[in-house]
Design a protein around this ligand. Structure first.
Ligand code: ATP
Ligand code: MG
Length: 429
């Protein structure tokens, strides 16, 4: 993967920017609040259809403007491709149209996606073309944040390997939303007829069917990741730390009739999580899927009353979590800040390697201000994983953060008040 050109128009603090990028190392240098993260965010947006900073598309449009347009020309398996995205601010678009047009025009579209010049309205058309891996300062949330950070991370890894997984996730989310709506309605009506029960059963089947797919895919991805993560962590920690990752399936916990509780460092529910592994080891995918569907159905039925009162679906992959154990202790509660950083680095390097293996070419690596957070040893390990055949775009406030021999072949760009341009930086030896 190689991004050759990127252009931004009215994107965040950039009015207009055009940039030629190079193979190998590209370093964006600029003070705080100049537009470094914004630039990387535009690439992430074209690559994945979303940004890790916001879910509101109007945030991308420069303040006071009605439209933003971003575009990338890149090579994927040596074939030239072109992706572009236009986003419109609906209110401003309407203002710009004359009264007559406003009355006759159909509702203006808020977004257009262009794939090699062909126009679409769905963001999913972008996915699976320009593949990137992003390391940013928010990544510590992978350990410290709530379960949704860990679920989103593993899901984002799978989506890059299998773009159709995104559709499965959206279908599942819609099913859960509809089921929640039904639960709320039933609770308010204070009555559960046989017809209501049938309706609920029908939704349960949908939750279990789509939910099982998601659980299976997450577990498959984790099985690949754990081997790599153990290796990287042993490199970072000089083999001082042992790592285990568990997929915590809430439905399975409930069905085991064990109360989830922690006493000091021991997780009782780890046994339950292992159960899911043993299903996998002794059976084929189909059988495993059936077991998970049954488990989800059983759990949904069991918690029906509680769900009616709370108006929420309480079992399913939207409630699951990943548990990282460092030296048999849960990393979220027991690991030091340095250990958490090492673990995040090991996980992200595993993600990078997994995506590189599946793609059979290196993805574009985006590093937003991460080197400053790492000590020299971790920096070296990260940089040693960046081969010259992997285009890497790094943002930093100071080039002095870098080991000088990495800089010899790098291309530099100065980012200043929403402008970006190639610059020369003398490397001290
Ligand atoms: N929609 C928008 N319109 C105009 N400006 C925006 C918009 N969104 C963000 N900005 C501005 O863009 C500026 C640059 O933000 P960015 O996060 O890219 O900085 P940065 O160079 O990465 O800084 P740091 O080194 O602190 O991370 C910020 O001052 C922010 O207020
Ligand atoms: Mg930034």
């Amino acid at each position: 993967m190689l991004i050759e050109k990127l252009s931004l128009s009215n994107f965040r603090n950039y009015s207009h920017a055009f940039l030629d990028l190079h193979p190998g190392l590209n370093i964006l240098v600029g003070e705080n609040a100049q537009g470094k993260t914004n630039f990387l965010e535009a690439i992430e947006l074209l690559s994945t259809g979303y940004s890790s900073r916001t879910s509101s598309e109007s945030d991308f449009i420069q303040h006071g403007k009605s439209k933003t347009h971003i575009e990338a020309h890149f090579l994927a398996r040596n074939v030239k491709e072109n992706l572009a995205l236009s986003l419109f601010n609906e209110a401003e678009m309407l203002l710009e149209l004359g009264l007559e047009e406003r009355l006759t025009n159909e509702k203006p579209r808020k977004r257009k996606v262009f794939v090699n010049g062909v126009s679409y309205s769905l963001l999913k058309k972008l996915r699976g073309r320009l593949i990137t891996v992003t390391f940013n300062t928010l990544d510590l949330n992978l350990i410290r944040g709530g379960p949704s950070h860990r679920r989103d991370w593993i899901d984002s890894v799978i989506v890059r390997l299998k773009p159709a997984f995104y559709e499965q996730l959206s279908k599942y989310q819609k099913v859960v939303q509809q089921r929640n709506k039904l639960l709320k309605g039933l609770f308010e009506s204070n009555h559960l007829s046989a017809r209501d029960e049938d309706q609920l059963d029908a939704w349960n089947e949908q939750v279990a069917k789509y939910g099982a797919h998601i659980i299976l895919w997450r577990r498959k991805a984790l099985q690949e990741l754990i081997i790599k993560a153990k290796y990287y962590l042993s490199l970072i920690s000089d083999q001082n730390e042992s790592l285990s990752i568990f997929y915590r399936c809430r439905a399975l916990e409930l069905n085991s009739d064990k109360r989830h509780h922690r006493d000091g460092q021991n997780f009782h529910d780890i046994k339950i999580l292992e159960l899911l592994s043993s299903i996998h080891n002794n059976s084929h995918d189909n059988e495993e899927e059936k077991v998970i569907v049954q488990t989800l159905l059983h759990s949904l039925n069991k918690r029906k009353l509680e769900e009616l009162v709370r108006g929420q679906t309480l079992s399913g992959p939207h409630r699951d979590d990943l548990i990282f154990l460092l030296n048999d202790k849960e990393a979220t509660s027991f690991a030091s800040q340095g250990q958490q950083r090492s673990l995040v680095l090991a996980l992200k390097l595993s993600e990078l390697e997994m995506i590189r293996e599946h793609l059979s070419e290196p993805p574009v690596l985006l590093l937003d201000d991460v080197l400053a957070e790492l000590d020299l040893k971790r920096q070296s390990l990260l940089m040693s994983q960046i081969n010259s055949d992997m285009q890497t775009i790094i943002s930093t406030t100071h080039v002095s953060n870098f080991n000088s021999h990495w800089l010899e072949s790098a291309h530099f760009y100065e980012v200043k008040s929403g402008t970006i341009g190639a610059t020369e930086i003398k490397v001290a030896r």
